[in-house]
Design a protein around this ligand. Structure first.
Ligand code: PEP
Ligand code: MN
Length: 338
């Protein structure tokens, strides 16, 4: 349903114009004439998508959406939590998982160290970028397909699953082969052709929030995936751009409970990109568990000072171990099922 508010001083003819347009689309109409304002309630399938036709009329002041623009990902459509199952690893509901590893895959040796250490702690999902969406063309761009091969080889050795970012639809076949969860990065959240391609696949998708996107735009991006047939979607809050300069982004912690009200999809928080500061990861990790997120992504590097990308927001092994253990303690203390 949408509500069409007419401008003050609108005539009977103006009202008729709105009503006729609604009827032309086959919608039902509910008219309310006040002393100062006339409003027309318009009800029907796809009425939200047609709202532009009403907004174009000169006599219309405003069109207000009553129902949410997203449907398939909404809580109303699916009241129970969606749990994305990756060969027995459950993301969603009361579950909590870490997604850890370096910003970028740099070498076999680095990844071997990472997987050995992380799996010994109990981390099941190994992250690592192979196709890096860098702001500058002169920054390290990632190892490409070789990076994915390394990631998969070490993950297999240590019984882990792999998550990596895909930046172009034409890379899908290689991602299908090597990657268990395909990440859509913040810069690509509204790359609708990419979403369409991934929506038609059966792969679990990790959909990051664009740093300039509202929660509604983010959920509509998820709606694209669902609409094209893929319901294995994990949302990831990764910070948004604000006026604050001490942090790279501002972590919108409120997005976690808000998304849980609006949607049935699991939500994870990226603790590295959300502030860009390694010293903020340990305290924020506690908040993320306590607020009810389904997991946390953390960049971890054997030697962050030498990392080829994002060392400033990566934890070393010792720091990560501490954060991991504290988070798990809180998780168990809150009485949520492991
Ligand atoms: C990443 O996770 O490697 C990354 C580039 O994140 P984002 O898309 O959130 O910037
Ligand atoms: Mn990074």
């Amino acid at each position: 349903m949408v509500i069409v508010v007419l401008k003050p001083g609108s005539t009977e003819e103006d009202v008729d114009k709105v009503v006729e347009l609604a009827k032309k689309f086959g919608f039902d109409v509910n008219l309310s004439k006040g002393a100062e304002k006339t409003i027309v309630g318009i009800i029907g399938d796809s009425v939200y998508e047609r709202r532009g036709a009403f907004e174009s009329l000169n006599c219309v002041e405003e069109v207000i959406a009553v129902l949410k623009p997203f449907k398939l990902v909404s809580r109303e459509f699916h009241p129970q939590d969606t749990i994305v199952d990756i060969d027995g690893i459950k993301i969603g509901g009361k579950h909590f998982e870490f997604f850890a590893g370096p910003c970028a895959v740099e070498s076999m040796e680095q990844m071997e160290n990472e997987a050995k250490f992380l799996s010994s702690l109990g981390v099941k999902i190994l992250r690592g970028g192979a196709f890096k969406p860098r702001t500058s063309p002169y920054s390290f761009q990632g190892l490409g397909i070789r990076g994915l091969e390394i990631l998969k080889e070490v993950a297999n050795r240590y019984g882990m699953k792999v998550i990596s970012e895909m930046v172009a639809a034409e890379d899908f076949d290689v991602f299908e082969k090597y990657v268990d969860i395909i990440q859509v990065g913040a810069r690509n959240m509204q790359n609708f052709r990419l979403l369409e391609k991934l929506g038609k696949s059966g792969k679990p998708i990790f959909l990051k929030r664009g740093f300039m996107s509202t929660v509604e735009e983010w959920l509509l991006a998820a709606e694209y995936l669902f609409h094209h047939g893929n319901d294995k979607i994990i949302l990831c809050e990764r910070g948004i751009r604000t006026f604050e300069k001490y942090t790279r982004n501002t972590l919108d912690i409120s997005a976690v409970p808000l998304v849980k009200i609006l949607s049935h999809l699991p939500i994870v928080v990226d603790l590295s990109h959300s502030t860009g500061r390694r010293d903020l990861i340990p305290p924020l990790a506690k908040a993320v568990v306590a607020v009810g997120a389904n997991g946390a992504m953390v960049e971890v590097h054997p030697d962050p000072e030498k990392a080829l990308s994002d060392g400033q927001q990566s934890l070393n092994f010792q720091e990560f171990e501490k954060t991991y253990k504290t988070s798990m303690k809180i998780y168990k203390m809150l009485g949520v099922k492991a």
